[in-house]
Design a protein around this ligand. Structure first.
Ligand SMILES: C[S@@+](CC[C@H](N)C(=O)[O-])C[C@H]1O[C@@H](n2cnc3c(N)ncnc32)[C@H](O)[C@@H]1O
Length: 249
């Protein structure tokens, strides 16, 4: 790559951290998710989807939707009265999401749109619920645009509306934490190397999941972003956590 191109690419990276990485991930993304979590990721997304549907939202956003699993799960469980939108900045991820949506005949119910979490193309308070599955870490861990992402997420949530986040977390038990970290340090990058299409993405997952905040720290981040009644529940001893909060009026 010429220096000019490299400089242009690195500027884009700075503007949109992680973008290049997620454009390259898709081919075996869903398969590796299921494999690496022993399919627990599906169960955790289902819990998040049910949480999103409490209070019968009129509009739900699946922020950083990737291949669309949270929005699709919620749409299959939810009522016809709810509009579901998934947004992501990786077009290849969105292509997979649209294919899955069409195969499940949910095309009248779920829209997948291309966009950046730092500049959401929606008016203030547009969504009754904003759900994020396994992408909150991406937009908050060592991310220079973290404040902007959090403020956009809060801006598009209606006053009194909710955020629902399912994310990797830190087990309280020292033994379980050590085992989870060992798994993230050894198995995850190896599986990414052998089966994934982008080794960097699985190295990033390995590092960020081990160093990510615990559930209490994420709760504090949500409070600072403008959510109240913030609570969380550990999943699988704290390997993951389900967070909720209500947008301040
Ligand atoms: C680990 S994947 C999670 C995808 C999906 N939510 C799931 O449950 O599998 C993270 C996703 O966040 C997206 N993403 C990261 N930063 C983003 C941003 N600033 N704007 C939009 N999407 C972003 C990536 O493209 C990727 O699809």
């Amino acid at each position: 790559m010429s220096e000019e191109n490299w400089t242009a690419a690195s500027k884009t990276q700075r503007r949109r951290p992680l973008h290049e990485m997620f454009v390259m991930v898709p081919p075996r993304y869903d398969f590796l998710n299921r494999l690496l979590t022993w399919t627990l990721d599906e169960r955790w997304r289902r819990l998040a989807a049910r949480e999103c549907l409490k209070q019968n939202p009129r509009r739900m956003l699946d922020l950083c939707c990737g291949t669309g699993d949270l929005a699709l799960r919620a749409a299959s469980l939810g009522s016809d009265g709810t509009e579901f939108t998934g947004l992501d900045f990786s077009e290849p991820m969105l292509e997979v999401a649209r294919r899955k949506r069409n195969a499940r005949r949910l095309d009248g119910k779920v829209d997948f749109i291309h966009g950046d979490a730092g500049e959401l193309p929606f008016p203030d308070g547009y969504f009754d619920v904003v759900g994020i599955s396994f992408a909150f870490r991406n937009i908050t861990y060592k991310n220079p645009l973290r404040e902007r992402y959090l403020s956009e997420m809060a801006r598009v949530t209606a006053p009194g509306g909710r955020c629902v986040i399912v994310e990797t977390s830190q087990p309280r038990s020292r033994l379980l934490r050590a085992m989870a970290h060992l798994y993230f340090r050894t198995v995850v990058p190896q599986a990414g190397r052998l089966l994934g299409s982008n080794r960097g993405a699985y190295r990033y997952l390995s590092e960020s999941a081990r160093r990510y905040y615990d559930a209490g720290e994420v709760a504090q981040m949500l409070r600072e972003a403008g959510f109240r009644d913030v609570s969380y529940r550990h999943l699988f001893g704290g390997v993951a956590a389900l967070h909720t909060g209500v947008r301040q009026t």
